[in-house]
Write a protein that binds this ligand. Structure first.
Ligand code: GDP
Ligand code: GDP
Length: 437
């Protein structure tokens, strides 16, 4: 399983500043996706050749000084439920507050590795004062300054050590791993139940995986696949689902560990901000996508026109990525579920496909000849040769040319569209690189 680290703490201790500091290197590379929100609460951290995801659970809570204890409770609970390591941020300039003690008590009961981060230690003197947080009973505090970066290297080293103690991350199989995601009550459990039924109780975990495995293997509908069970599905009825936005945090693990995500949309509600947040997680992690509009049985007067309009509206909301299957159906009356599984299988295949170099050049070079990149200040870009990179997560192609830096976004998009027209890449993101030859 991919590793997840969560940040908790009361308001104004510097959680989001720490988050930005730790994810900084990455954020510069990641291209923002239009229409997505909450970007600052979830990101990837790279350190010493390792990678993990970071989520600021507090960032989802409205910041105010009279924050409800209940809110903090939920924040800590979701962190404990989802994360491998928890960063508990405190403010060295305030010392220990009642709320800090409260959080510490919850964290001590959790049995999860916790790191106390004494923030705002911008100079030596504050560094010494950090020792007071030892009294929280969660081990030695790490002094950092999220503003000037001091201490964050040691903190990252320590996080990596804790993550390694939790067991290695494994990617064990080339059988499709499929996740069913969506907001609460969209029909995820109904979908999985309709699909798998009683067999859900027969659990075959991937051999050798450490910690609680979330994969269950099935052989049905002529396909062999893993379904990733979400916390929401597993614990339904046992835990309070919490505020709606928690479903986005719960989706992180599931999405990170999947190849293809079935994003369920409620036909009666259409796409709302929470759906967009989950979609953005799928995009950021470059996963395959199938959109399933559920509860279609509740829509009256369905005709093919409405169908098309609805579908277009969805694609518009999720643009610029629009090349994915959209299927309308009902988990409750078991309509078109097989279709969804077939589409997932197809997306998986598209994601894994290898296009021979000869074919790429045979198809694309004439297109490029007919519509070459626009010249720029009298310079002409010549694309000479195209090849697919081996062993990549998603199909990735290199275009060798004389002036790679002059190839601009609109032309890249043109090439991507041409590729999507000529090959079946539905549901999968692709990468185009331009290199000098
Ligand atoms: P959050 O509510 O816990 O996410 O806290 P923020 O990250 O929004 O930070 C709250 C305030 O503390 C902001 O004014 C930050 O600029 C400030 N702050 C955060 N980290 C540091 C730090 O390391 N040193 C100092 N001096 N101020 C900090
Ligand atoms: P989850 O929270 O996403 O797992 O959603 P559930 O599977 O628990 O479904 C939430 C509610 O929506 C339940 O009352 C289901 O019976 C209902 N539901 C799920 N799928 C459909 C559907 O296709 N049509 C209708 N009419 N109701 C549905």
């Amino acid at each position: 399983m991919k590793k997840l680290v969560a940040i908790v703490g009361r308001p104004n201790v510097g959680k989001s500043t720490l988050f930005n500091r730790l994810t900084q290197s990455r954020q510069a590379i990641v291209t923002e996706i239009a229409g997505t929100t909450r970007d600052r609460q979830y990101g990837k951290v790279f350190w010493n050749g390792r990678e993990f995801s970071l989520v600021d659970t507090g960032g989802w809570i409205v910041n105010s000084d009279d924050i409800l204890e209940d809110e903090i409770n939920k924040q800590v609970n979701i962190a404990v439920e989802e994360a491998d390591v928890i960063l508990f941020v405190v403010d060295v300039r305030n010392g220990i507050t009642d709320l800090d003690t409260e959080i510490a008590n919850m964290l001590r009961r959790s049995n999860k590795p916790v790191v106390v981060v004494s923030n705002k230690a911008d100079n030596f003197e504050f560094g010494y004062q950090s020792a007071e947080f030892y009294a929280l009973g969660l081990g030695d505090p790490f002094s950092v300054s999220s503003i000037n970066g001091s201490g964050t290297g040691d903190l990252l080293d320590h996080i990596l050590t804790l993550l390694e103690e939790g067991g290695e991350e494994e990617d064990v199989t080339d059988i499709p791993k499929i996740a069913v995601v969506g907001r609460p009550n969209v029909g995820k459990s109904s979908f999985v139940n309709a699909l798998i039924g009683e067999e859900r109780n027969i659990v075959t975990h991937i051999a050798g995986t450490t910690r609680d495995s979330i994969y269950t293997r099935y052989n049905k509908f002529g396909m062999d696949f893993y379904l990733i069970d979400t916390a929401g599905i597993r614990k339904k009825g046992k835990v309070n689902e919490g505020p709606e936005y928690f479903s986005v945090i719960r989706s992180i693990r599931v999405i990170e560990n999947a190849d293809v995500c079935i994003l369920m949309i409620d036909a009666e509600r259409g796409i709302e901000s929470q759906d967009l947040s989950i979609f953005s997680l799928i995009q950021k992690n470059k996963k395959g996508l199938v959109v399933f509009v559920n509860k279609w049985d509740l829509i009256e007067e369905k005709d093919s026109k409405l169908h098309k309009e609805y579908e277009n509206a969805i694609r518009q909301r999720l643009a610029p990525f629009t090349d994915f299957p959209v299927i309308f159906g009902s988990a409750l009356s078991k309509q078109r579920l097989l279709k969804v599984m077939e589409a997932s299988k197809e997306v998986y295949r598209n994601r894994k496909q290898k296009i021979p170099t000869a074919k790429l050049n045979e198809v694309l070079l004439p297109i490029i000849e007919r519509t070459p990149p626009p010249s720029n200040k009298g310079k002409y870009i010549k694309i000479k040769y195209i090849t697919q990179l081996p062993n990549t997560q998603i199909p990735s192609f290199v275009f060798f040319c004389n002036l790679p830096q002059w190839v601009k976004e609109p032309y890249k998009r043109f090439l991507e569209n041409q590729m999507r027209e000529n090959w079946n890449l539905t549901g999968t993101p692709i990468h185009l690189f331009f290199r000098e030859k």
